[in-house]
Design a protein around this ligand. Structure first.
Ligand code: A3P
Length: 288
């Protein structure tokens, strides 16, 4: 498999060389968006795949067919990945894209067309746990070492994809300027129905009650875990090693409590306070 062990450096970020080249990253940063496009933005392990499934199901009005017959990376391709062009559709109407890139890299391209942006955040303690497990099974990341080693890199932003804190702050700084819909993984868990109403209104894609129920059913963790078009089991084992873990791991809120020592949690809270304390943004209990 190509470039599994390589790291690509771009705009001060380390990214997996298996999925990114300088060319693919430059193309992403200059992408000609259209106002009708929809861009899903996440820091890795924040529930990207869940949201891709929900978006697919909203546009299909609850019909599971597209979600069950087309891989998620073709339904909502990553702007910055090397294979992006393969999946780029020139059709009219909303095109769905995904990105993990920071706002500063995409700002110029997005300001030109102002597409709809959905920013999904997750409690960073749970992100760190999920990311750690993912780095152990996905061979396009360096070996994360112990959880303690990984956590220190996560806190100082030297992990692949950079600092969680900078990612969130950067994207939320453009909330007013851009047409940006902010939501958390925790809110999806708490009230998926209420969230679907708000998101479908934002997208201008109203849903009937039966359609809402179908979306909830087909985007559930249990359903997605069985869906080969969403659970990444189609990826060759030398790229994602199923003997080391599953992509659809637990899908719960608060798993950090099973991984963090009291010292690690205290250090995390301290760094969170330093980084986010005075940024003036409301995260609606993200760290509870
Ligand atoms: P865990 O590792 O905590 O289980 P991403 O898609 O951004 O890589 O995020 C992956 C995380 O989202 C994983 O978290 C995965 O289990 C979780 N996830 C995926 N689909 C989900 C769903 N339908 N419901 C809840 N969590 C889901």
């Amino acid at each position: 498999m190509a470039r599994l062990g390589e790291t690509q450096l771009f705009a001060g970020l380390r990214l997996p060389g298996h999925l990114h080249t300088q060319q693919s990253l430059r193309a992403a940063s200059a992408f000609p968006f259209r106002p009708s496009d929809v861009l899903l933005v996440t820091y890795p392990k924040s529930g990207t795949t869940w949201m891709q499934e929900i978006l697919t199901l909203i546009y299909s009005k609850g019909d599971p067919e597209p979600a069950k017959s087309i891989p998620n990376w073709a339904r909502a391709p990553w702007l910055e990945h090397t294979y992006f062009k393969e999946f780029l559709q020139e059709t009219e109407g909303p095109r769905l894209f995904t990105t993990h890139l920071p706002w500063r890299v995409l700002a110029t391209a997005l300001r030109k067309a102002k597409p709809k942006v959905i920013y999904l955040a997750r409690n960073p303690k749970d992100v760190a746990v999920s990311f750690y497990h993912f780095c152990r099974m996905a061979n396009f990341f360096p070996d994360p070492g112990t959880f303690d080693d990984f956590l220190l890199c996560f806190l100082d932003g030297t992990v692949h994809y950079g600092s969680w804190f900078k990612h969130v702050k950067g994207w939320l700084s453009c909330q007013k300027e851009m047409n940006l819909f902010y939501v958390t993984y925790e809110e999806l868990h708490q009230d998926l129905g209420g969230f679907l109403e708000r998101l479908s209104a934002f997208l201008g894609c109203p849903l009937q009650p039966g359609q809402m129920e179908a979306i909830q059913e087909h985007s559930s963790f249990a359903s997605m875990r069985e869906n080969t078009m969403a659970n990444y089991t189609l990826v060759p084992h030398e790229v994602m090693d199923p003997s080391k873990g599953q992509f659809m791991r637990k899908g719960i809120v608060g798993d950090w409590r099973n991984h963090f020592s009291p010292q690690q949690s205290a250090l995390f809270d301290k760094v969170y306070q330093q980084e986010m304390g005075d940024c003036g943004l409301s995260f609606q209990g993200l760290m509870d």
